[in-house]
Write a protein that binds this ligand. Structure first.
Ligand SMILES: Nc1ncnc2c1ncn2[C@@H]1O[C@H](COP(=O)(O)OP(=O)(O)OP(=O)(O)O)[C@@H](O)[C@H]1O
Ligand SMILES: [Mg+2]
Length: 158
């Protein structure tokens, strides 16, 4: 399913919708080029999950564990693999201990760079910039996440 995201707020709103679809134990990989909106989507997701801590990308550390108080979930684990040169670097951090844990949702920006370390059933969300001169984004969501409400399909479907 492809969704057109007309502006920053639409990307965040999609993240908040995602918060209603995800379950503990899942891993999401946010993929797409620089500036595609991966962190913006994560911020909407975090807000939807009731994370109060700021969710900028981890710069000097590989991943962060953000506490959640909602729906049986304890941790939102946010990793950014942009600066990782080898998937083994991520595996060496203790990150893998959070994979598949029912109380944790794992989200990896640039997950395509560390696929070897992620579970085979990782849900891949692809973010795209339709063209350089058009200031909007496209998101491609795996069907396991379900169907967006009609409002989205009619307003944003590509
Ligand atoms: N649908 C959208 N339309 C236009 N601009 C958007 C949209 N979604 C997000 N943006 C803007 O795009 C910029 C980059 O967003 P963001 O930081 O989320 O991208 P990113 O994929 O995480 O980038 P990076 O790969 O550098 O981490 C931000 O200024 C954000 O506000
Ligand atoms: Mg980012």
């Amino acid at each position: 399913m492809r969704v057109r995201l007309t502006d920053h707020d639409a990307t965040q709103a999609l993240g908040r919708w995602l918060a209603t679809r995800v379950r503990g134990g899942q891993t999401l990989s946010l993929e797409g080029p620089l500036g595609a909106g991966k962190t913006t989507l994560l911020q909407g997701l975090a807000e939807g999950l009731g994370v109060t801590q700021q969710t900028t990308s981890p710069t000097f550390i590989v991943f962060r564990v953000l506490p959640i108080k909602k729906a049986g979930l304890k941790n939102l684990v946010h990793a950014d693999a942009y600066r990782i040169h080898d998937a083994g670097e991520l595996a060496a951090t203790g990150f893998k201990e959070y994979l598949g844990r029912p109380d944790s949702l794992v989200v990896v920006e640039w997950g395509n760079r560390v696929r070897r370390v992620l579970p085979t059933d990782t849900l891949r969300i692809k973010m795209m910039r339709p063209s350089a001169d058009q200031d909007s984004r496209l998101a491609e969501l795996p069907e396991q996440l379900g169907v967006l409400p009609k409002k989205w399909e009619t307003t944003y479907h590509a």
